[in-house]
Ligand binder design. Structure first.
Ligand code: SF4
Length: 747
């Protein structure tokens, strides 16, 4: 295949690196770490000492067209921070929690880790070491490869129910064989002007505030771009957002009732015959069964469940069902309920039965031209080792999407050693006890008993201080090379090194170096550039070639299901057992799960545990994003911290008055499992006096390291147990019953 046919190229005025007014300018894509993984086009300015001094948006990059968030604009402050980890360190195991690290060389660190991991593998099997990561999309594939080439099937994400993105990925993959995103013209170099493209008539933003979060390959300003071109929006959010104010209707849903709302909308769309009959007949499986199921969810009943007006639900369903084209952009809120999978299935069925699939301005499956995060190297495991993957026997849907362990099972196995003991942990890009791990003390107590813990990160964190025996300093993205992987259309993009800090090494260099010590044949490359070039094999480019032309856009066309482009066998249809979109999910039935979508009440919750309401009268949602932070990152960056100096809990004025709270009061947010400290902000963005909302992932970098930066006073996940949904996916991070009371002096 010729290069010209494989990619459509952006016309650049200048090469990927050039000189301008005394600076060297390096063009590239933004990625983790720190923070984001969206891949916006950046221009990075370094001075004659090689120091990063300025970052600007690349106006030639069609993805973000020159626009950047404050986190990228402030990148020099992050990269050059005097708080960075600059060299490898070690600490005696019996000094975990003490600020008594000792500087060592890279050789010593890697020699020690290699020897200790191999010793554990020899005595207990390689599966007894878990390899865990947080976010960090272009790093993910190398972490998983490290685990698998070592012989451990236990790579994964340490959060209950894998409740971040993975439920959506698994839900989509197991019912349609593909991964679906809103068509915002992101697959075209000329974007909205492309002659194939049509603006969606309606977009539903479901549990997502993309202007701030910019999550999972979706740049928030595409929404406003499309609104300027006539697109209407519907929002589903218990908080009023800037976009919600501009929506046709905002459905201020009771947190955790998304599945009920989706089933109610399906009830309207099906009973009023607003769906696409031809598409359903030809391409969907199980429509009759779905019709029967949605009759259990009449709109009035759903309005009662969701604390909404029935007419608003009808209006949203009709606006979407009557549109010529439309799409649904969803966020973490749908992953972070315990029965996430049926919620995801119900929401997806809305656009599926409307036939908004593979058409302009609808939902599209990205071309799989490059490998996905978590999928590169799974063939390195023997079937015997793969069968030992934690949770796989209990939760067979782990076969679909990312090949990860199941985190709640891992948590239990760390405590019980059943069916085998966990002896060590490799924690790369995860600040588990401050960020997304549930019940952080439980993880902390279990991990303190491990024989070895290795942490790889940019800054000191509560997790490193609490647990690490070895600390390896990682590079921010301007300090490293990389390539795009992950969600969305698979553009050819490169992350380009333009500066260096201390002895920091890129995550991939660390993985390559250690990987080839464990298993040289699995890591045959002399350096990371050669390793990335291997991924581009077959595209006509190597890493350096791609760097010259990036971003490069794969050829794209619509209707790929009809052209046989979505199935592995090249036949028309979808990559599922029935060859159709499965509204009745074969894979769920095979896993002894209900094959149809349903609503499961949050538990605890006002309906499932009314006896708790007297003690815990408010419904708490967590994790709404704010501009300067990414999960637990950036609290040690002065300008970004200034945008959000304190951990805030938003409280409705009526609730504040009822509980005698005023703006600025410090309160404990507590449920029957635990509590966390927050500062009250009284606000009417909460659309029901029973709702409150708080930031997640707080710790005080300025705090005492040996008190773990106050993390156990601040982590809102003290209130979240390790309990997943029936499928192993989903957990109640975003719908808890809580009470608020003032912090006493000295607490
Ligand atoms: S979305 Fe914002 S933080 Fe993320 S890469 Fe783009 S500009 Fe950077």
């Amino acid at each position: 295949m010729s290069e010209e046919k494989k990619y459509v190229l952006v016309e650049h005025e200048k090469p990927w690196r050039y000189e301008e007014e005394g600076y060297t300018v390096t063009r590239g894509s933004a990625w983790t770490g720190p923070g984001c993984h969206l891949g916006c086009g950046v221009l990075m300015y370094t001075n004659d000492e090689g120091k990063l001094v300025k970052v600007e948006g690349d106006p030639e990059n069609p993805f973000n067209k020159g626009r950047l968030c404050v986190r990228c604009l402030d990148l020099p402050e992050v990269t050059n921070s005097d708080k960075r980890l600059l060299y490898p360190m070690k600490r005696d195991k019996d000094k975990r929690g003490k600020n008594e690290f000792e500087r060592i060389s890279w050789d010593e660190a890697l020699d020690d880790i290699e020897a200790k991991f191999n010793e554990i593998a020899d005595s207990s099997g390689p599966e007894s070491i878990v390899f865990l990561q947080g976010t960090g999309r272009d790093i993910a594939s190398w972490i998983s490869r490290l685990a698998w080439s070592f012989g451990s099937p236990n790579y994964g994400f340490p959060l209950s129910g894998l409740a971040c993105y993975l439920p959506r990925v698994s839900g989509m993959m197991s019912t349609t064989g593909s991964f679906w995103v809103c068509d915002c013209s992101q697959q075209f170099v000329d974007r909205y002007d492309n002659e194939q493209y049509e603006v969606p008539e309606v977009m539903i933003l479901w549990g997502n505030n993309p202007l701030i979060s910019n999550s999972d390959g979706f740049f928030g300003h595409w929404v406003t771009d499309l609104m300027k071109r006539g697109m209407k929006i519907i929002t589903v959010d218990p908080r009023m957002t800037w976009l919600g104010r501009r929506a046709e209707v905002n459905l201020a849903i009771r947190p955790g009732t998304d599945a009920a709302l989706a089933l109610g909308m399906l009830n309207v769309i099906i009973n009023e015959e607003l769906y696409d009959k031809e598409f359903v007949d030809k391409w969907c499986y199980g429509f009759d069964e779905l019709c029967k199921r949605v009759q259990e969810y009449p709109v009035e009943k759903v309005a009662n469940i969701c604390w909404l007006e029935a007419e608003d639900i009808r209006m949203a369903a009709r606006a979407f069902g009557n549109a010529k084209n439309g799409c649904i952009q969803w966020g973490l809120a749908v992953d972070m309920v315990r029965e996430a999978l049926p919620a995801i299935q119900a929401i997806a069925a809305i656009y599926q039965i409307c036939g908004y699939i593979e058409k302009p301005g609808c939902m599209i499956a990205p071309p799989e031209i490059l490998f996905y995060g978590g999928g590169f190297g799974s063939d390195l495991l023997t079937p015997e080792q793969e069968a030992k993957r934690i949770g796989l026997q209990k939760y067979p849907l782990l076969h679909h999407g990312f090949a990860t362990l199941q985190a709640d099972e891992m948590m239990a196995q760390m405590e019980t050693a059943d069916p085998y003991a966990i002896k060590g942990a490799w924690l790369q890009t995860t600040n588990t006890i401050a960020c997304m791990g549930a019940d952080p003390k439980r993880f902390y107590n279990a991990a303190r008993n491990l024989d070895i813990v290795v942490c790889i990160d940019l800054f000191m964190t509560p997790t490193i201080m609490a647990l690490a025996d070895y600390v390896l300093p990682a590079a921010t993205f301007p300090e490293r090379d990389g390539i795009r992987v992950g969600d969305g259309p698979q553009r050819g993009e490169t992350i380009n090194k333009c500066t260096s800090v201390g002895e920091c090494r890129s995550d991939m260099e660390i993985n390559l170096e250690l990987g080839r010590r464990f298993n040289p044949s699995a890591w045959p490359w002399k350096d990371v550039q050669e390793m990335f070039s291997a991924v581009y094999d077959g595209t006509g480019y190597d890493f350096k070639g791609m760097r010259e032309i990036a971003p490069a856009y794969p050829q794209f066309s619509y209707d790929r299901h009809a052209k046989g482009m979505l199935r592995q066998d090249g036949q028309p249809g979808f990559n599922t057992p029935t060859g159709r979109i499965e509204l009745w999910a074969t894979q769920y039935a095979n896993a002894d799960l209900d094959p149809l979508p349903y609503f499961g009440e949050p538990d605890p919750g006002p309906t499932s545990t009314p006896e708790l309401l007297n003690e815990y009268p408010l419904i708490l949602t967590t994790g709404a994003r704010n501009w300067g932070m990414f999960h637990s990152e950036h609290r040690n960056i002065p300008r970004l911290r200034a945008m959000r100096p304190d951990p805030i809990i938003e409280v409705h004025p009526e609730a504040a008055s009822e509980y005698g709270l005023k703006d600025g009061d410090w309160v404990w947010v507590e449920n029957q499992r635990g509590r966390a400290k927050r500062k009250v902000q009284i606000t009417t963005v909460l659309l029901n006096s029973k709702y409150c909302s708080t930031d997640h992932a707080w710790w005080y970098p300025e705090g005492d390291p040996e008190k773990l930066f106050d993390v156990f006073d601040l982590n809102i996940n003290n209130s979240v147990p390790w309990v997943p949904g029936k499928s192993g996916f989903g957990s109640n991070y975003k719908c808890m019953l809580v009470k608020l009371y003032k912090v006493k002096d000295g607490e």
